[in-house]
Design a protein around this ligand. Structure first.
Ligand code: ADP
Ligand code: MG
Length: 351
């Protein structure tokens, strides 16, 4: 039999580190949070710089609205946000962030510094935070309007995660590039650049887009014209308030790679995991082409009240209130594209 032990509260710093490890799972979830903050700040240019594939440090540089000096002290405190004030607001959110957890979690798991300037300041400020999210140093610096967030030595104080991170660094990096592709595809009018600098100071450009105004143009920049030519535009009305649009591989012109490769799903422009939709698309495509997987880039436009994104800490999972009817409508719509009898492979276009 086990001995009975005294129940006592866990030290606050330890709780912080435990919870932070659930919000920031890996390199891509860390960078994702920073990119989403930049998008929420209205940036039209977002640069992601990695040192040694992010293992040494990574940085997200934006030209967004910047952070006002009134917010410096509370910026990286847990559950401090400028985006959500009350619980009902969750139903009408249009921002990526709302829980005020990312910066505080990054503080707990690495060394966080921020440089920022709003249009109201004549000079920028450089801020240093400790592991509990407290502002510990502040100095003036030179910078245009916007924000740069730098994270050094992510996971250095989570030994197991840190080892995994080093061991899987190339895989992590691949996942990150795929995630950045997702934002570069869906964000309209936002320029993305991602660079990686290796030990010997060799800098390579991983991703570079111009910030085009349409998904189609973004596909051309991210994947090239040849890929676009293999895709069929999709525009389906699922219901009065729900529609899906994007691109799917034409039958016989799939990517031929692995399942999930170049398959991107978005809800109101937020990249998410949609395993059931993903399964459906692959299953239907198989009927038309059993040798390859389709490229899928699909955005669901739904009212904010019709889904819940507050399901997992990384906000990749979605609960739909009408999921089964949505899947049924999709099945019917996609069947038209992948039906062997359909010569033109077109679907009902949304007017
Ligand atoms: P959340 O995004 O959920 O609010 P975060 O921890 O990611 O929480 O960010 C905390 C706050 O810091 C945000 O609400 C926002 O006010 C500010 N912030 C973070 N990053 C930026 C940025 N790049 N530009 C402007 N403000 C930012
Ligand atoms: Mg955020």
């Amino acid at each position: 039999m086990h001995e009975s032990h005294i129940i006592k509260p866990i030290n606050k710093g330890v709780v912080h580190r435990i919870c932070a490890g659930q919000v920031i799972l890996d390199l891509s979830s860390a960078v994702k949070e920073l990119v989403e903050n930049s998008l929420d700040a209205g940036a039209t240019s977002i640069e992601i710089a990695l040192k040694d594939y992010g293992e040494e440090w990574f940085q997200v540089i934006d030209n967004g609205c910047g952070i006002s000096p009134n917010n410096f002290k509370v910026l990286a405190l847990k559950h401090h946000t400028s985006k959500l004030a009350d619980f009902p607001d969750l139903q009408s959110l249009t921002t990526f962030g709302f829980r005020g957890e990312a910066l505080s979690s990054l503080c707990a798991l690495g060394n966080l510094t921020v440089e920022t300037k709003t249009k109201n300041e004549s000079v920028a400020t450089h801020l240093t935070f400790d592991h509990s999210g407290l502002l510990v140093a502040e100095r003036k610096t030179a910078r245009q309007i916007g924000t740069t967030v730098t994270v050094k030595k992510l996971f250095s104080n989570l030994p197991v995660r840190s080892k995994e991170f080093s061991r899987n660094i190339r895989k992590e990096y691949g996942k990150l590039v795929s995630l950045l592709n997702a934002y570069a595809l869906i964000a309209k009018g936002v320029r993305f650049v991602c660079t990686n600098t290796t030990g010997k100071n060799v800098k390579s450009v991983v991703l570079k887009t111009q910030g085009n105004g349409s998904l189609k143009d973004n596909i051309i920049t991210v994947f090239g014209m040849n890929t676009l030519n293999c895709l069929e535009p999709v525009a389906l009305c699922i219901s009065d308030s729900c529609k899906v649009d994007g691109f799917l591989s034409k039958p016989g012109q799939g990517s031929g790679r692995n399942l999930g490769d170049r398959q991107y799903f978005f809800v109101n422009g937020r990249p998410v995991d949609m395993p059931k939709v993903c399964k459906l698309v692959n299953e239907l495509y198989k009927g038309a082409n059993s040798r390859q997987y389709p490229i899928a880039i699909l955005n669901f436009t739904v009212p904010p009240r019709a889904y819940d994104v507050n399901v997992t800490p990384d906000k990749r999972k979605i609960f739909f209130s009408e999921e089964s009817s949505l899947l049924q409508a999709l099945r019917e719509g996609f069947q038209q594209i992948y039906s062997p009898n359909n010569a033109c492979y077109s679907v009902n276009k949304v007017e």
